[in-house]
Design a protein around this ligand. Sequence first.
Ligand code: URA
Length: 261
Amino acid sequence: MKLRLDKYLTEMGCGTRSQVKKEILKGSVSVNGEIAKKAERKVDTEKDEIIFKGEKIFYAGYEYFMLNKPAGVVSATEDKKERTVIDLIKESKRKDLFPAGRLDKDTEGLLLITNDGQLAHRLLSPKKHVDKIYYAKIKGIVTEEDVRLFEKGVHIGDEKPTMPAALEILSVQKERRKEKIKEQKILPETKNETDEKEDGYSEIYLTIKEGRFHQVKRMFRAVGKEVVYLKRIQFGTLTLDPSLKPGQYRKLTEEEVEQLC
Ligand code: URA
């Protein structure tokens, strides 16, 4: 691909357009061993050797990173108050990275970070129905009835119910909770009446094909339960690399990029 020299250097993070133009005028940039004089000269991203202030600048077109998003950072490119997922990617050459989709601030797990707008658009398009798999801990006992309801689609306050989603129950921990139902003040010798209620926590996998705002949390709220921990483990053909700790990332392999595309 052919590009203007100043654009090439700006895209590779050497400075702003005006800063790199100044460096070119100062003679700090060479192309194939010759000092470049003009910012608008064209360079070939595959063939030409560009040296900026003594350092060889390799061109990176599209970049793809798999991030294990930690809780506490926001899925945005910039934010005045909060740390963003882009702040975590330290070794990118590109300045135009963005997260392909969003996870809530308190959600962990797989997030694709790229500058490939077309791919992101395809993966996020509501028409494409790309599978996303979440692992969650739920306050409440998830039942086979919930599995059936999610399979049919639930109303979460939007115009349409959710598309069929596959809910898999991994474990259920039941606990009995005593609930006071009546205080008997008239006859002090009578004990307070109590009612035993079954409560507990469940672990699940949920596969959804949409990406509505707070979708997983709202689906469980619709069946009277609460998500207390949420982690995305799959996005389309991409599976979260188990060696990545929250906050860590790696480049996608060529095979992973091909499969996604
Ligand atoms: N669903 C949610 O509720 N939150 C997320 O972060 C992702 C899916």
